[in-house]
Write a protein that binds this ligand. Structure first.
Ligand code: HEM
Length: 467
């Protein structure tokens, strides 16, 4: 196979392509460049090149864990100031703590354990229903804000054994404020020269104070559970009591704190973004909305939703998959050649067609992968949950739908998020009829670590109470 150069926009000598990327919503520029340059292109930012890939063929190739593995980006490296080698930010291979924590926590996120968390998820979901039921039918609901309250309170209850009570306060819990401080601060630090990050500025002082607060409160919650044990199968107990089947080791307190903060970070925006996009798509696609609501009415009716209902809602399940296909809330995944298993330098892609330096980051543009016409056909841009019903979903080629990352570094919280979201969609459709607050609203994106709809509001009117 003859090698061909990887295309991409020409940059400026020092800055590279920095001006080619929208600073507010980088993913918009990336997706546009994928349209212009094709399934593989290269950008250089401040001297570091990186390659973006977006066809199923190329993504499928790099999902081979014998050749490639997760790359911890500069942004994630900064988040490590708060979470160290917690699951999401660990450099593995290299940091063995990842493997220990992974083995201890896999059963805690398994199907049985997640079933055990249903009641707590239900508790928080009903708080959202109450909030929306109390307000006037015409009140515009800031959809993403309320879903974020829900996902934060749910993960805090299940992972930290504590209640943020976000539905009862205008301001967010101080833990949440500090977590946003860590996330926003880490993003800003990743874009600045290291020298500036080490200066004694008030911004830097606040960043470190936020981290100190997050860790102190987390440690207090660990101590409190250790001093007052409860017989519960939640994530906090799994972290405190779990033992690695391979080494017999438990997690140190510091590692528990790392992972507590990690779950809060990884487990809230992703799920609230998915729920927000889902309601946007349902409101824009009335026939899908109708089918989803009919499913709830048929399977559950007006009675209380139970954990057994969760496996009986195939259409809503398909709506969730289709939502993540069109708007994967984690829009980019970073990988690079496996540091020990890969033997190629340069690394080749596309069956030898493209050559990359062995350390060059490869970024998977998930939104484009999810619209590859070779897989999804000419109507790839349309919201059609039917294509995601089990019988069709199971026939998809490997690695065609990848909103949860890859292989062993894929999302550990997938079943958690799925049950939480399925319950919330079902309970909301059971209790309310929804409309767009502004019927002419068209999707705009807000991007942080994840993406979510910007300024999306809807109105809810009660359908009549539960029996
Ligand atoms: C990793 C997506 C919900 C915990 C990931 C990754 C993706 C992802 C794409 C891989 C990141 C990478 O390669 O750098 C999602 C989506 C969610 C969701 C779309 C919801 C719809 C959750 C929840 C939790 C969670 C609810 C916790 C309760 C984690 C953790 C990792 C991870 C700990 C790191 C795993 C490791 O490397 O060992 N998630 N996630 N996620 N997610 Fe999720």
């Amino acid at each position: 196979n003859k090698q061909i150069p990887i295309p991409g926009p020409k940059g400026f000598p020092l800055l590279g392509n920095i001006n080619d990327i929208d600073s507010e919503v980088p993913i918009n520029s990336i997706e546009l460049m994928a349209d212009n340059y094709g399934p593989i292109f290269r950008l250089t930012v401040l001297g570091s090149p990186r390659v973006f890939i977006s066809s199923h063929e190329l993504v499928n190739e790099v999902c081979d864990e014998e050749r490639f593995t997760k790359a911890v980006s500069q942004g994630l490296r900064e988040i490590r100031n708060g979470t160290n080698d917690g699951l999401f930010t660990a450099e593995y291979p290299g940091e063995e703590n990842w493997a220990v924590a992974h083995r201890i926590l896999i059963p805690a996120f398994g199907p049985l354990a997640i079933r055990g968390m249903f009641d707590e998820m239900y508790d928080i979901a009903t708080q959202l229903v109450m909030k929306w039921a109390r307000q006037d039918a015409g009140t515009p609901i800031p959809v993403t804000d309320d879903f974020t309250r829900l996902t934060l309170d749910t993960i805090a209850l299940c992972a930290m054994g504590t209640r943020f009570n976000s539905f009862y306060h205008e301001e967010m819990h101080p833990f949440v404020e500090a977590m946003y401080g860590l996330l926003a601060g880490s993003g800003a630090r990743a874009r600045r020269p290291t020298l500036l990050n080490n200066l004694p500025t008030s911004e830097n002082a606040k960043y470190w104070a936020d981290i100190e607060y997050l860790r102190k409160l987390s440690q207090e919650l660990v101590d409190s559970r250790k001093n007052n044990p409860v017989d519960k199968k939640d994530l906090l107990n799994a972290m405190i009591l779990g033992r690695d089947p391979q080494t017999g080791q438990g997690l140190t307190d510091s590692s528990i704190v790392d992972n507590m903060i990690t779950f809060l970070i990884a487990g809230h925006e992703t799920t609230s973004g998915m729920l927000s996009f889902l309601f946007y798509f349902l409101l824009k696609t009335p026939q899908a909305y109708k089918k989803a609501q009919e499913e709830v009415d048929r399977v559950i009716g007006k009675r209380k939703i139970t954990v057994d209902d969760m496996s009986k809602l195939p259409y809503i399940n398909a709506v969730m998959r289709e939502t993540l296909r069109l708007r994967s809330t984690v829009p980019i995944n970073g990988i690079h050649a496996h540091p020990t298993k890969n033997k190629e330098d340069p690394v080749t892609l596309g069956g030898g067609k493209y050559a990359l330096h062995k350390d060059e980051p490869i970024l998977l543009v998930i939104g484009k992968l999810h619209r590859d016409p070779k897989i999804w056909g000419p109507d790839a841009d349309e919201f059609k949950p039917e294509r995601m019903l089990d019988e069709n979903f199971e026939k998809l080629p490997k690695n065609a739908w990848k909103p949860f990352g890859n292989g062993m570094r894929g999302c550990i919280g997938r079943a958690f998020a799925w049950q939480e979201a399925l319950l919330v969609v079902a309970i909301l459709l059971q209790n309310f009829n929804f409309q767009m607050a502004n019927p002419s609203y068209d999707l705009r994106i807000k991007q942080t670590l994840t993406i979510k709809p910007k300024d999306f509001e809807m109105k809810a009117s009660l359908r009549g109470g539960l029996d």
